[in-house]
Design a binder for this molecule. Structure first.
Ligand code: AMP
Ligand code: GLY
Length: 424
């Protein structure tokens, strides 16, 4: 098969790497890709939002399957465009990707179908939001309705902060049209867990659990980022939690989408919080997580192309997912100053060491080839260094050892990825 992957980050690198292991994959393309992805796929200079160009490319090159990594194209309707052209594509249509694209939609869905989540109200009028806040309990959480690169969530400790939050989201429109509507929801406490799943419209198959570290600085301090590191599995995702989620969250979410006439095919990523009162959904995403994918896929035993095809064909009930009985940790190497201001274009040394070392992976997030053909930094998040181990502690030690193999100017990383492992 000829397979096209849409996206350019560490997640897409991990997806391409995994596809490359499938005996079904003859040729892989990635649009637009990055310098690391080149090892497995031919990179095509078409942007992820250029749907017509991507569809034309898929037709011209007789692509058998397209896989979309990113949220923006899914929410924007790339799947609808491809399907209209008779092209085979893995991912939800726009009417289902709304599960991630609108937080107001997802909250209403959960309320309607009794799926456990934080109590909330939706607002499209800033005056009403401000009036509501006058009598609210604090802390409280404000969320821009639409996609905001993971930055549209504000945790407000008092009325002042909340008023400023309404200003930021709904009046100053810091997140653009994503702030036309806003969700105000109850603040919850507990451990966070990411659970990715494959869905074929009816059947859902859960992948192994993981956890992301979203803050820029050690001790989970500093600004929110795209994710500074992950580990898998989560030691807090017990059998009991799994059983609860299977009964009250996973299948009910898939069934709810179908009942709404929004049949979901693709990946549902459940952002969960394990509260004292049980697991609650923090958010849904309609795609693989980044950098969750970089610790989940290296542990997956299945041929991922078979699973993608089963989702499209509605035969996922015939597949059981299998994961290795081990652990993986991913430490992101970023450019100093990320997520605010950082320099790019520095040569990266040490990448070759990963080629022959089993159980160690370097997934490129922001890299490119310079004029001399050398790989240089090209983003805030530069690389994700993943290592496996027999357990989480060993995987973490291995991942940190491997971060030392890499060198580039302004290299920055957190030194406490997986600290929760010691608290389990
Ligand atoms: P989201 O994009 O909805 O996952 O929110 C981003 C982050 O904000 C989450 O990973 C949590 O750390 C935090 N968060 C979101 N909603 C809540 C909530 N209701 N209570 C506490 N923290 C939250
Ligand atoms: N790592 C969080 C996300 O992909 O949304």
């Amino acid at each position: 098969m000829k397979i096209l992957v849409v996206g350019s980050g560490g997640r897409e690198h991990a997806i391409c790497w995994k596809i490359a292991q499938s005996p079904k994959a003859e040729k892989i393309y990635c649009a637009p890709g990055n310098a690391g992805i080149e090892e497995y796929a031919e990179c095509v200079p078409i942007g992820a939002m250029e749907f017509e160009k991507l569809a034309a490319f898929a037709k011209e090159n007789a692509i058998d399957l397209t896989v979309v990594g990113m949220d923006d194209p899914l929410v924007g309707g790339i799947v609808d465009v491809f399907e209209k052209e008779g092209l085979r594509i893995f991912g939800p249509r726009a009417n289902a990707a709304i599960l991630e694209g609108s937080k107001a939609f997802s909250k209403d869905l959960m309320k309607k179908y009794g799926i456990p989540t934080a109590a909330y109200e939706n607002f499209d009028d800033p005056e009403k939001a401000l009036a509501y806040l006058e009598t609210a309990d604090f802390p409280i959480v404000l969320k821009a309705d639409g996609l905001a690169l993971g930055k549209g969530v504000l945790i407000c400790n008092n009325l002042e902060e909340a008023k400023a939050g309404v200003q930021t989201i709904m009046l100053d429109k810091q997140f653009g049209a994503a702030g036309n509507q806003m969700v105000i929801e109850e603040f919850m406490t507990g451990r966070e867990v990411s659970v990715l799943s494959f869905v074929d419209g009816d059947t859902i198959r859960i992948m192994t659990s993981s956890q992301d570290h979203k803050r820029a600085l050690d001790g989970d301090q500093g600004l929110n980022t795209g994710g500074m590191g992950t580990f898998s599995p989560s030691p807090f995702y017990t059998k009991e939690v799994d059983e609860f989620c299977k009964k009250y969250i996973y299948q009910p979410s898939v069934d709810a989408m179908k009942k709404e006439g929004r049949t979901f095919k693709g990946i549902i990523f459940f952002g969960l919080m394990l509260t004292e009162d049980g697991p609650r959904v923090l958010e849904y995403n309609a795609r693989f997580g980044d950098p969750e994918t970089q610790v989940v896929l290296p542990r997956m035993k299945n041929d991922i192309v078979e699973v993608f095809e089963a989702c499209i064909d509605g035969t996922l009930d015939q597949i059981q997912l299998e994961f290795e009985d081990n652990a993986a940790v991913c430490v992101v190497l970023a450019s100093d100053g990320y997520p605010v201001k950082y320099e790019k274009g520095f040569k990266i040394h040490g990448l070759e060491k990963f080629k022959d070392t089993d159980g160690y992976y370097v997934f490129h997030a922001g890299t490119k080839f310079d004029a001399d053909g050398d790989i240089v930094t090209n983003g805030g998040r530069v690389l994700g260094v993943t290592a496996k181990g027999k357990d989480l502690k060993e995987a973490r030690a291995n991942a940190y050892k491997a971060t030392e193999w890499i060198d580039f100017a302004n290299k920055y990383m957190r030194h406490d990825i997986g600290h929760a492992i010691d608290e389990a």
